[in-house]
Write a protein that binds this ligand. Structure first.
Ligand code: HEM
Length: 490
């Protein structure tokens, strides 16, 4: 028994040890399996970077992109990558790792997450020249400043300016188009827009300040987004001098305006400067500081002219190439003209120009005035099954979206009827951008372009000297020979 019991105890001990060892190894194995699973899941849940090529160190694919863009062919750059990598891909253009978005869903995501996941990123050299203007601000500061300016550029405020714009447009045609049988339309339109904004912003339509500003604004526009070489002869250096001259001229104009206000001549002025000096307030409810007024007026001169002149010039080209569309525009404008009996156009008239507005939007769809704009991701996040790292650039691209055959069938065909009725699906037409940074000048651009086309089609027939005139994009679309037109007065 004892032996037996010894044997049994020994056996029991052995079996306890054996079963403990079995349990321990079971626990260890379970932990190892769980750890492996956890690591595996961790690896699985961290989505990969979007596919694509970052290209050469630092310059990446910048040269290839810039060459394609300059030749008005950035779509080929994008299409080849979309075909290879899909709708979301990585690249390195403009010297930074970047991610390209192009579908309406991705555009919506980008615009809706401004300040949450993305923020505007301007090259620091350009931001330096744009100073304290609201285009350089982000977050709440941007929202408040932009709101101040929107009070002036919104539809309700521009309402009253329509007859004044129409009179200015008639005067422009008399001075610059009358009696000419050939014209470089794009630069003449730029001059027209410069005159219009100088009137709207500062009530200045002629004289030395007008001419010096014209020259300085041109330098400012041409050089701000160029290579930041601050040395005589380089575009960026000229832009800096231009910006300084604009601000000096604005100093003189502001002092004169203050004197006029004291002498109660202020009611003479209905313009942006008067609004900024007398009505607008900053975020703390104080009058806006002069430095901010000057930087914003200079920035608005900068943003308004090239974009609008390019869209109008493209519309003249497409109307010439599509005579059935031109006939529709003429019919619509004649109907309006018949009701006017020589009186200037008003706000309600511009509301009736529905087909003409479709023509302008279709022109902007095919040849966007701003092809893409960049944001920077302010935190890491996932989108579309990919990780978007913090600090990478993400950009929307108007020509990628506008030229997608899934969104706009037969995308190269000029077809203004795409914009009739409820128009294209949301976030598929992004000619004016979207979200909190959507173009605040779109209403102003809309009315000025409609009024211009009204006067143009009622008074002139035109044909392009070279219907295949080349277009460069640097960075906005520009006709190689300035859009040469032969004119025939009706
Ligand atoms: C057809 C004419 C125009 C086109 C196609 C156009 C296009 C655009 C686009 C696409 C953006 C968005 C850029 C982005 O997302 O980063 C933008 C922004 C802007 N536009 Fe326009 N624009 C036009 C006319 C104007 C005019 C007439 C003005 C001024 C009166 C103006 C002032 C601005 C400003 C200040 C911004 C920056 C807004 C912000 O950052 O909050 N634009 N424009």
């Amino acid at each position: 028994m004892g032996e037996l019991s010894y044997y049994s105890d020994n056996n029991l001990f052995g079996s306890i040890v054996a079963s403990n060892m079995g349990l321990t190894s079971l626990i260890i194995t379970t932990i190892i399996v769980m750890l492996c699973g956890w690591f595996f899941l961790q690896r699985k849940t961290k989505a990969p970077l979007p596919p694509g090529r970052l290209g050469l160190p630092f310059i990446g694919e910048t040269l290839e992109f810039m060459t394609a863009q300059k030749n008005n062919n950035s779509l080929a750059f994008f299409n080849s990558r979309v075909a290879k990598y899909g709708e979301i891909f990585k690249t390195n253009i403009l010297f930074a790792p970047s991610i390209s978005f192009g579908t309406p869903e991705a555009n919506k995501f980008l615009f809706a997450n401004e300040n949450k996941l993305f923020q505007l990123c301007l090259p620091s050299s350009a931001a330096k020249l744009l100073g304290e203007s609201f285009i350089c601000q982000v977050g709440e500061e941007h929202k408040i400043s932009r709101h101040t300016f929107m009070a002036f550029f919104g539809a309700s405020s521009l309402h009253n300016f329509v007859p004044r714009f129409d009179n200015a447009t008639k005067a422009h045609f008399q001075q610059f188009w009358e009696g000419r049988d050939e014209i470089k339309a794009m630069e003449t339109i730029q001059h027209f827009l410069f005159s219009l904004v100088m009137d709207l912003f500062l009530s200045i339509t002629e004289g030395p300040e007008f001419h010096s500003m014209q020259h300085d604004v041109e330098d400012y526009i041409n050089g701000t987004f160029q290579l930041p070489i601050d040395f005589p002869g380089f575009a960026y250096h000229k832009a800096k001098l231009g910006r300084d001259n604009i601000k000096r001229t604005l100093d003189t104009i502001i002092s004169r305006r203050r004197k006029d206000t004291k002498e109660r001549k202020v009611e003479m002025y209905h313009d942006l400067l008067s609004f900024l000096l007398n009505t607008a307030r900053d975020e703390e409810g104080n009058p806006i500081k002069d430095e901010k007024i000057k930087d914003n007026i200079a920035m608005l001169l900068f943003s308004s002219i090239e974009t609008t002149s390019s869209t109008l010039s493209m519309a003249l080209k497409y109307l010439f190439l599509n005579s059935h569309c031109l006939q529709e525009v003429v019919k619509e404008q004649m109907e309006i003209s018949k009701t006017k009996d020589g009186a200037p156009l008003n706000w309600e008239d511009t509301r009736k120009m529905k087909y003409t507005w479709c023509v302008l939007q279709e022109s902007l769809r095919i040849q966007p005035a701003l092809e893409q704009a960049f944001r920077i991701s302010i935190k890491e996040f996932e989108y579309g099954g990919f990780t978007i790292p913090k600090g990478w650039k993400v950009f929307w691209s108007a020509n990628r979206t506008h030229m997608s055959p899934q969104i706009f069938p037969n995308p190269t065909k000029f077809d203004p009827s795409r914009f009739e009725g409820s128009g294209p699906q949301p976030f598929s037409f992004i000619g004016f951008g979207g979200g909190p940074r959507m173009c605040p000048g779109n209403e102003f651009a809309r009315i000025t372009m409609l009024i211009f086309l009204h006067r143009m089609v009622l008074n002139y027939e035109w044909c392009m000297v070279d219907p295949n005139e080349k277009i460069y994009v640097m960075p906005g679309p520009t006709f190689q020979k300035g859009l040469q037109l032969k004119l025939h007065k009706k």
